[in-house]
Design a protein around this ligand. Structure first.
Ligand code: B12
Length: 216
C-alpha cells in the first residue's frame, strides 16, 4: 500500500466508525514505513474534523462521533510507540503543564500534543480534560513549569483560555511561564487577542513552538 492509500484508508476507517479497521491501517502504516505523525495528521485527524462537520449538519449523531473517536484513539495507541524521537539531548527540553480547559471534555488532540512533547524530550504533566483553572496554576507553580498549554475544542470553552491567562497573572506567575493555546477553534489571532505566547495548529507545530518558547 502506498502512503496515499494508507492515508485514504485511515480516513475511511474513521468515516465507517471502525476501530478494527483503524488499527489495521495503523499497523499497515508501520509495516510500510510511513511516518505515523503524517498518518495521524493527514488521515485520522482530517476525517475526525469531517465527522464533526457532519455532526454539525445533523447528518451524524453523537454516538457516531463517539464511535469515530474510539476508532481514532485505537489507531493512535497503535501508532504513538512508533513516533520517532527528535535528536536526543541529555537535558530535558523544559517542563510543560498541559490540559483541556475547564468545561471541555475533548481530549484526543491534547493527548497527541502531550505525547509528542514527551517524545521530543519535554517533561510533561498532563492534567487531563475539563481541568479547573486553579489546577493549571497550582501545578505550574509546583513543578516550576516553563510552559502552560491549554486545549479548547468549543467556542463556548475558549473564553476559559483567556481566563487562564488572568489566573496565571493573579497568581503572580505569568511572567515566569510561557503559554500556548490550541484546539480546533483556536487561531493565532485568538492567541494574540488573549495574550498567549504561542498558538499551534497541530501537534508537529506545537513541538516547534514549544522548543522556540524555551529557547527564546
Ligand atoms: C471527537 C469529538 C467529540 C468526542 C470527544 C472524545 C474525546 N475523548 O476527546 C465526544 C463524542 C465525547 C464529544 C463530545 C462533545 N462534543 Co465534540 N467533537 C469531536 C470532534 C468530532 C473531533 C475532535 C477531535 O478529536 N479531533 C481530532 C484531534 C486530533 O484534533 P484536535 O482536537 O483539533 O487537536 C489538534 C489541534 O487542534 C492541536 N491541539 C489540540 N489541543 C492543543 C493544545 C495545545 C496547547 C496546542 C499547542 C495544540 C493543540 O493539535 C492537535 C493534534 O494535531 C469535533 C469536531 C472538530 N472540528 O474538532 C467535535 C466538536 C468539537 N464537538 C462539539 C460538541 C458540540 C460536543 C458536545 C457539546 C456534544 C453534546 N451535545 O454533548 C460534547 C462536549 C461536552 C463537553 N463539555 O466538552 C462541537 C463544538 C461546537 C462549538 N461550540 O464550538 C464540535 C466542533 C462538532 C461540531 N462541528 O459541532 N465530541
Amino acid at each position: 500500500m502506498s502512503k496515499d492509500e494508507i492515508i485514504k484508508a485511515a480516513k475511511e476507517a474513521i468515516h465507517s466508525f471502525d476501530a478494527d479497521k483503524a488499527v489495521e491501517v495503523a499497523k499497515k502504516a508501520i509495516e510500510e514505513g510511513v511516518d505515523p505523525v503524517e498518518v495521524i495528521e493527514k488521515g485520522f485527524t482530517v476525517a475526525m474534523r469531517e465527522v464533526g462537520d457532519l455532526f454539525d449538519q445533523e447528518k451524524l449523531f453523537l454516538p457516531h462521533v463517539m464511535a469515530a473517536a474510539e476508532a481514532m484513539k485505537a489507531a493512535i495507541n497503535e501508532l504513538t510507540p512508533h513516533i520517532k524521537a527528535g535528536a536526543k539531548t541529555s537535558e530535558a527540553m523544559g517542563t510543560v503543564v498541559i490540559g483541556t480547559i475547564e468545561g471541555d471534555i475533548h481530549s484526543i488532540g491534547k493527548d497527541i500534543v502531550a505525547t509528542m512533547l514527551k517524545i521530543a524530550g519535554f517533561d510533561v504533566y498532563d492534567l487531563g480534560r475539563d481541568v479547573p483553572l486553579t489546577e493549571f496554576v497550582n501545578k505550574a507553580k509546583e513543578v516550576n513549569a516553563n510552559i502552560v498549554g491549554s486545549s479548547a475544542l468549543m467556542t463556548t470553552t475558549m473564553p476559559n483560555q483567556k481566563a487562564l491567562e488572568e489566573s496565571l497573572k493573579r497568581a503572580g506567575i505569568r511572567e515566569k511561564v510561557k503559554t500556548m493555546v490550541g484546539g480546533a477553534p483556536a487561531t493565532q489571532e485568538w492567541a494574540d487577542k488573549i495574550g498567549a505566547d504561542a498558538y499551534a495548529e497541530n501537534a508537529s507545530e506545537a513541538i516547534l513552538k514549544a522548543k522556540e518558547l524555551v529557547t527564546k
